[in-house]
Write a protein that binds this ligand. Structure first.
Ligand SMILES: C[S@@+](CC[C@H](N)C(=O)[O-])C[C@H]1O[C@@H](n2cnc3c(N)ncnc32)[C@H](O)[C@@H]1O
Length: 341
């Protein structure tokens, strides 16, 4: 019989090994070897010794501990950010969530756990090789491929209509290079009040997404945050922050789907003078004087006409289309890569 697992073995210096025990398996470390049978016998919270006498604490790994150690195709979302995404988008038991791209399956597994067996996670992944990695990782993290998970290979923009009926989804979670391209799909899928939560690695992506989704007229004003996690060293009187920390992972943007036909309430705070001035190169509404004359002049181009200016909803007349002045200069339009820069 295959021993239970996986287990995390941590040595006296904090170095750790993730082990999925097999019948005749052996873990080899710099401090000698340990049989998988001994690891399984020590069990969760136990201690096992290597052939050279090093003591290892044995624990059942948390999902977060597995995510940062699992094999990757595309870059995963860090557990601290996944936690914030789940809470921000209020993902709960019974929800239907659409996710793209599935990447390495880290967010997928956490979504599946949050929605529970009565919910559904519908993932899209553009690249078949990453979809295969996601399938393996989700099976590992969830103890098998969950029956309430559908992974569709393809571009979310093309497969969205087949994932769920229009207006039926509680939340859409995006983690990809160009999430603004998927806003029409997200708007179609989400129910009124549904959550859009997006993970973004760079400020240029944040800006382009925020401005683009304002122009759609389908979403509430976006909120953007970053979560910094700093560990602390706590030994006797030596209580201080750790010397090292992960300085940057990503940004999280969140907004809600407005009910169809609803015009978003005007923003209370007017943009700072110059926010859409001559140096601003991002998306602009059609009818924006700056778009038509090339003069921005520092005035709020959306002015008293409301946050969307003259822009209507996206579609064929989508003002984001060719009018997007980011064009070739957009660093995000660089050769396709899902590596975080
Ligand atoms: C950074 S990875 C996602 C990682 C994932 N969130 C995780 O935690 O493991 C981004 C993924 O999005 C996929 N992707 C990019 N654009 C897409 C689109 N329009 N539709 C579906 N998947 C897309 C890429 O192929 C890539 O695998």
């Amino acid at each position: 019989m295959t021993p239970p697992g996986p287990f995390l073995l941590t040595d006296e210096r904090g170095r750790s090994h993730l082990v999925a025990p097999t019948v005749d398996g052996t873990l080899h470390t710099r401090h000698g070897w340990i049989s998988h049978t001994d690891i399984a016998a020590a069990g969760d919270g136990g201690v096992v010794h290597s052939s050279l006498g090093m003591a290892y604490l044995v624990t059942t790994p948390t999902m977060a501990e597995q995510i940062v150690r699992m094999p990757r195709g595309a870059a995963v979302i860090y557990p601290k950010d996944i936690a914030v995404m789940l809470m921000t988008a209020d993902i709960t038991n019974g929800n239907t969530v659409v996710e793209a791209g599935a990447g390495s399956g880290a967010l997928t597994a956490a979504l599946l756990r949050a929605v529970g067996p009565s919910g559904r996670v519908l993932s899209a992944e553009l690249r078949p090789e990453f979809a295969a990695v996601a399938r393996r990782n989700v099976a590992r993290l969830c103890g098998g491929v969950p029956a309430n998970w559908v992974l569709t290979e393809g571009d979310l923009r093309e497969v969205a209509a087949g994932l769920a009926p229009t207006g039926s989804v509680d939340a859409v979670a995006l983690d990809m290079l160009a999430p603004w391209e998927c806003l029409p799909a997200a708007a179609d899928l989400l129910r009124a009040g549904g959550h859009l939560v997006v993970y973004l690695a760079t400020t240029t992506q944040v800006s382009r997404l925020a401005e683009t989704l304002r122009l759609t007229g389908h979403f509430t004003e976006p909120r953007v945050s970053e979560t910094l996690e700093r560990g602390w060293h706590v030994v006797g009187l030596a209580v201080r922050p750790e010397h090292r920390m992960v300085g940057h992972t990503g940004f999280i943007l969140h907004c809600r789907r407005l009910a169809p036909g609803v015009v978003p309430p005007p923003r209370r705070a007017r943009p700072a003078k110059g926010a859409y001035g001559p140096d601003y190169q991002g998306p602009r509404a059609l009818g924006d004087p700056a778009t038509q004359t090339g003069e921005a002049g520092g005035a709020d181009p959306r002015g008293s006409a409301g946050p969307l200016g003259d822009a209507g909803p996206p579609g064929d007349a989508n003002p984001l289309g060719d009018a997007n002045p980011l064009g070739d200069a957009n660093p995000l339009g660089a050769p396709y890569s899902e590596e975080r820069s």
